[in-house]
Design a protein. Sequence first.
Length: 172
Amino acid sequence: MEASITEPALPAAKYYIPRPMPVWKFITLSTCTFGIYIGIWNYQQWKFLKSKHNGDLSPFWRAVLSIFFLYPLLAELKREALTHNIEEDVSPGATAVCYALLCFSFRLPAPWELVGFLNVVPLIPSIGLGRKIAEAELGPDRPPSQPIWWEFVIMIVGGGWVVLSVIGSFIH
């Protein structure tokens, strides 16, 4: 399999390793997909943990039910970071609670439902931790991933929907 221009070849690994993701890219994709990308990130992290430790879990269902499985995911990522001597101040409990509260804030009346877009904020340290783990697994020569064509489409189309929904929140 040849490496494409936008996606450098991965080193041979015995298990799945997610692409290192810059925090700005995660925030942009999460916002432009109204939080769906958070589930994709959860899936990728659970898939990594399952394949590395031969676990008996379902990454798909843990991603779909990510509001319930965020704490165990962050606790596992924190343990994984310790195996690579990565020190990161991520609190799985506080992150999970803040994330859940911000997810439920979409139920607030307009325009206060816009607070729900902040549900990505408590995840920022965890995204950095996931990136550091992926970089440690892949080695220092691998740069962070750049957006590929479908991510640009999501950013443009989803960004337009976000702008329209923000404007719509203020029009009664």
